[in-house]
Design a protein. Structure first.
Length: 369
């Protein structure tokens, strides 16, 4: 039984008629840039996340970059973030000229350890870029409190958490700006690159809106050096179809996570926490084990995909390691050695989950090694 990490072909088959109809309408309209689907999608996301503004952009990395710029992050500033994330979080900080300051992750999860943030704050600190990694909400109560007390901006990287909430309020709607990626394999995925910034702040919304379209808010009048970072109409048309199903997709992911946990508990594998203060979306179901590589080989031999997110923490990446050679972030470094993400997508079946779990359990010996 071949099991992929995500099954985008299967999802397209299920949505084929709706998506093809919407795409055909875009082709017939010939409105390809900043057309009605982009506007409608932005309104729908703003409603869904209960925020005033949603500004579509070309990618998740652009969403982070433009949000940081709109928060006036400049060269010489410091932005606190996690080393255990996709590099896009950190690249966006580097684009502004600010310095990423890494704070280690929590022992029992994969998000920034809020108890270590305050000792990393200096007079140059301007913002925290927090990530809701794998669709598990970070500790937003503590993050908001720290930002309020120290006058810092909070930028939420929600690239993996569309639809996840913390205390009944959507991730992305807590801080100054929330940034989504709609990369094809994300839990809300386009058929190309796409992203979005959400905010309740009039100034941030206005600046992101201007920056994404060549620094122009009025045709051929340019008030700043901006970017070409527009979401295109065809991607918006596809995303509008998928948005109708996102709650079902996310509920299916949570259900699969529960099945994995039921089947794998009792083994010596560390499973993701399910007792969070909010509703996760399980963009990934990520376990930890010292026998990670052995488990991975067994899965591979059984034609089951798995993935290591992420094998190298950011402070040890070739591009950053020179600037951070004196720091050690042991929890992240250890996580990089132990993590394994299992197949996770809404269309996964019980038989597939059973097969993944049986294969894992057979690969670890009963003494727990
Ligand atoms: C995917 C991702 C990004 C980058 O998004 P792109 O759309 O690929 O630019 C940033 N941060 C995290 C946590 C991601 O998973």
């Amino acid at each position: 039984m071949k099991i992929p990490m995500v099954d985008l072909k299967r999802q397209y088959q299920d949505l084929r008629n709706e998506i093809n109809t919407e795409l055909q309408a875009v082709l017939d309209s010939a409105a390809f840039i900043l057309g009605p689907c982009v506007t409608a999608f932005a309104e729908e996301v703003a409603d869904y996340c209960k925020v005033k503004y949603a500004i579509p952009v070309a990618s998740g990395t652009d969403a982070l970059h433009l949000a940081l710029r709109a928060c006036e992050i400049r060269p010489g500033d410091e932005v606190i973030t996690t080393p255990f994330t996709f590099i896009g979080t950190c690249e966006a900080i580097s684009y502004t000229g600010a310095k990423p300051v890494f704070v280690d992750i929590e022992e029992d999860g994969f998000n920034i350890d809020v108890s270590q943030i305050e000792s990393a704050i200096t007079p140059r600190t301007r913002a925290i870029a927090a990530v809701h990694l794998f669709g598990q909400p970070a500790n937003l109560d503590a993050l908001m409190d720290i930002c309020n007390r120290h006058g810092l901006k909070l930028i939420e990287d929600c690239a993996q958490s569309f639809g996840a909430s913390y205390q009944d309020k959507m991730t992305g709607s807590w801080g100054d700006a929330g940034c989504f990626s709609f990369y094809p394999s994300k839990n809300l995925g386009a058929y190309g690159d796409a992203g979005m910034v959400i905010t309740n702040d009039d100034t941030i919304a206005g600046t992101v809106n201007t920056l994404r379209n060549h620094g122009s808010s009025k045709a051929y009048t340019h008030s700043m050096i901006g970017y070409n970072s527009r979401l295109d109409e065809m991607q918006a048309a596809i995303l509008r179809v998928k948005l109708r199903y996102i709650d079902d997709f996310n509920a299916a992911r949570r259900n699969h996570a529960q099945q994995y946990t039921t089947r794998l508990s009792g083994s010596n594998i560390t499973l993701p926490r399910l007792d969070l203060e909010g509703t996760p979306v399980f963009h990934q179901y990520t376990v930890r084990s010292d026998s990670r590589d052995r488990i991975r080989e067994a899965l591979q031999a059984a034609d089951i995909a798995s993935a290591v997110f992420y094998p190298i923490p950011l402070h040890q990446q070739p591009v950053y390691q020179n600037d951070y050679k004196d720091i050690s972030l042991p929890v992240s470094e250890n996580a990089a050695r132990q993590v394994l993400s299992l197949p996770m997508y809404p269309e996964l079946t019980q038989a597939q989950i059973d097969h993944v779990c049986d294969t894992i359990l057979a690969s670890i010996d009963p003494s727990g090694n």
